[in-house]
Design a protein around this ligand. Sequence first.
Ligand SMILES: Cc1ncc(COP(=O)(O)O)c(C=O)c1O
Length: 317
Amino acid sequence: MDTHEISTHDAEADARNEALLIYVNGELVPKAEAKISVYDSGFMLGDGMWEGLRLYDGEWAFFDEHMDRLFNSLKSVSIDIGMGPEDVRDILDRTAAANDMVSDAHCRLMITRGRKAKPFQHPGLSRYGPTIVAIVEHSKPAEVLQSRGIQLATVPQVRGLPTSQDPKFNSHSKLNCVIACLQAEQAGADEGLMLDPHGFVNTTNACNFFIVRRGEVWTSTGDYCMNGVTRAKVIKLCRQNGIPVFEKNFSLYEAYGADEAFLTGTFGAQTPVASIDGKIIGAEGGAGPVTRRIRELYKELLSEIVAHQRSARGQKT
Ligand SMILES: Cc1ncc(COP(=O)(O)O)c(C=O)c1O
């Protein structure tokens, strides 16, 4: 693999993903036949919301947190799907079962305002109910992400104010992030490090961003970035385990001089950062000691949470 050809969402190759069954509006359809209308609001306008979830031991990790974000987003843009989180869980479980998946699977759940009567913007033209699609792939994050780390480049594209398009929306329209990713790639890096409108370091185009400086873990204030489920878990784990953690403004000066840096996201959990704008971070290329400790704590949390979710569900049935 060429040094500039990795991304934070690279998974080990898995031929089974060519023969998936995909959930499309109530049906499980072979991948090649899984289609939506060219009039779909998501296709035409990016008018929809999505979630990325992972399956561990038959449980969707942090399911409640993902549903909280999803339903909050849907409500904010007045998309009523006529079902609740448990119905969504049923969709995900059915899709995973149809594909014989128990662990190491990643779901992209996509909900749009649905098919439109005419090819124009007005939401009122989306008359035929929401479109719901769940793609669940066999997925193990590529080992190279841990061993060689991610190369970041600071990009001109910034995270916006909530008054333009709130960065907390996990919307189908990710053009802001896609532009940032292109800028990073064209600068020879893997992913874009995005600043906020004031010039403080905020997040990357696909993950949340942390640095480790002199024994402290720092991340942005949380304004302007995705309210990442993994981000919140890492902050909580640090607090519970005596690792000093701060949500604060900091600049590239402090990021360049960090001892370690890492990205967080549902797919890769914690992915080490090897360099920012060509400046090597830390001494190890891959993860440093604090990142490794957080990664271990996160793995333990996942096992606990999955066991807890399973027993809570067992009690309800
Ligand atoms: C821009 C951006 N930042 C961060 C994240 C990570 O969020 P989470 O930890 O909930 O997967 C995502 C994932 O959807 C994202 O799109």
